[in-house]
Design a binder for this molecule. Structure first.
Ligand code: A3P
Length: 406
């Protein structure tokens, strides 16, 4: 007699019953997963739409101020943050898709347009955060792309060259309520004749409550810039990143040297006559550092309270502290904190844990934080002596001792 097979071990009627239960279970699981997916998609879509963000944790604190209020208040802030960041990212995508505005000047070694679309350039660098737009149903994209409008900047980083202006702008752009043009527009010094409409067109689109910003460090030393900016708006907030003028001059020289390695030495350019020790103040590397003189021009058009002086040194030693002051000055919620930074030992500078619109750590490029050539100690001492009275005047004018002469 043949032994019973495996099928024969079970009673014949039980087999179809267990299969049908299994099938039903599978069906239920599938529909549960589908509804979860649909729910998830709907939730995502709500967050990407403009206007008051639907309260994710109940309550209605933000009702009176849909733009900024949405970020206010303890644990709510953490819940709202992705929504604000998402809105910002959509605007970036929108800007990227539109035809680029006429390219403004840059300072020759930075300020590339790619900075406008971090993580969106396609390829492996992309963070994938733009995928919700790509997956949007027909019509949604158009709706989203029409969001926001271009505004003239309400705040400008006007200087100083080699002060740390790129670092400040890159750090500020992490804030969901800050939208900034990546390249330096040089409107108030080189392209003023192109008119305000041209200038505005360079700006990224913003939603209500967001601040438009740009940085062009040469404005600080441009005679016409204060009157021109004041003519655009007397309320423009002005930020100046200042750094020890001697280090700044060496940094400036290092930048020129990197482009033109055949220039004379720093030491020989510093003096009109080295034997008399007469400093050549017509050399721009020296001239820019006479901050008190340049500031006088600005104070004819703007009250000192409308200007913020950021310490270039502290921007390196305590970026979150300086960013705290800047956010207060701009009337922004303090979103950028020490949690956003880490010190990169290889670079020797603070870097962002996550750049704007990206999930990756981000340090500034190799033209920022370059090693400086060794400068004759006697020349450095003479330069310190030269700058001291101007520095003291600058401390008086700003009410802040930057510690360059301590
Ligand atoms: P060096 O390259 O001489 O060190 P700007 O952006 O205005 O041109 O300023 C450049 C300077 O920013 C750099 O000058 C560097 O010292 C300073 N800086 C400040 N924070 C920085 C950071 N986090 N990474 C790199 N450079 C930074």
């Amino acid at each position: 007699m043949a032994p019973p097979g495996p099928a024969g071990a079970l009673p014949a009627p039980a087999e179809p019953l267990s299969r049908s239960i299994f099938r039903k279970f599978l069906l239920m699981l599938c529909s549960l997963l589908t509804s979860l997916y649909v729910f998830y998609c709907l939730a995502e879509r709500c967050q990407t739409l403009s206007g008051p963000v639907v309260g994710l944790s109940g309550g209605g604190e933000e009702a009176g101020d849909p733009g900024r209020g949405v970020l206010a208040g303890g644990p709510r802030e953490l819940e709202m943050w992705p929504a604000a960041a998402q809105r910002k990212r959509l605007l970036q995508l929108q800007q990227w898709r539109r035809r680029r505005p006429p390219a403004p000047h840059d300072d020759g070694n930075e300020a590339v347009w790619e900075e406008e679309t971090p993580g969106l350039a396609g390829g492996p660098g992309g963070s994938g955060a733009g995928s919700s737009v790509a997956e949007a149903p027909p019509g949604t994209l158009e709706l989203l792309l029409d969001e926001g409008s271009k505004q003239l900047p309400q705040a400008i980083i006007i200087g100083v060259k080699k002060g740390g202006t790129r670092a400040l702008l890159e750090f500020l752009r992490v804030h969901p309520d800050v939208r900034a043009v990546g390249a330096e527009p040089h409107f108030f010094d080189r392209s003023y004749d192109k008119g305000l409409a041209w200038y505005r067109d360079l700006m990224p689109r913003t939603l209500e409550g967001q601040i438009t910003m740009e940085k062009t460090p040469s404005y600080f030393v441009t005679r016409e810039a204060p009157a021109r900016i004041s003519a655009m708006s007397k309320d423009t907030k002005l930020i100046v990143v200042v750094r020890d003028p001697v280090t700044r001059a060496i940094s400036d020289y290092t930048q020129t040297l990197s482009k033109r390695p055949d220039i004379p030495t720093f030491e020989s350019l510093t003096f009109k006559n080295r034997s008399t020790g007469l400093i050549d103040t017509s050399w721009s590397a020296i001239q820019i550092g006479i901050y008190a003189k340049h500031l006088e021009h600005w104070l004819r058009h703007f009250p000192i309270g409308q200007m913020l002086f950021v310490s270039g040194e502290r921007l390196i030693s305590d970026p979150a502290g300086e960013l705290g002051r800047v956010q207060d000055f701009l009337g922004l919620k303090r979103i950028i904190t020490d949690k956003h930074f880490y010190f990169n030992k290889t670079k020797g500078f603070p870097c962002l844990k996550k750049a704007e619109g990206s999930s990756k750590p981000h340090c500034l490029g190799k033209t920022k934080g370059r090693p400086h050539p060794e400068i004759d100690r006697e020349v450095v001492r003479r330069l310190r002596e030269f700058y001291r009275p101007f520095n003291l005047k600058f401390y008086q004018m700003t009410g802040h001792d930057f510690g360059w002469d301590g």
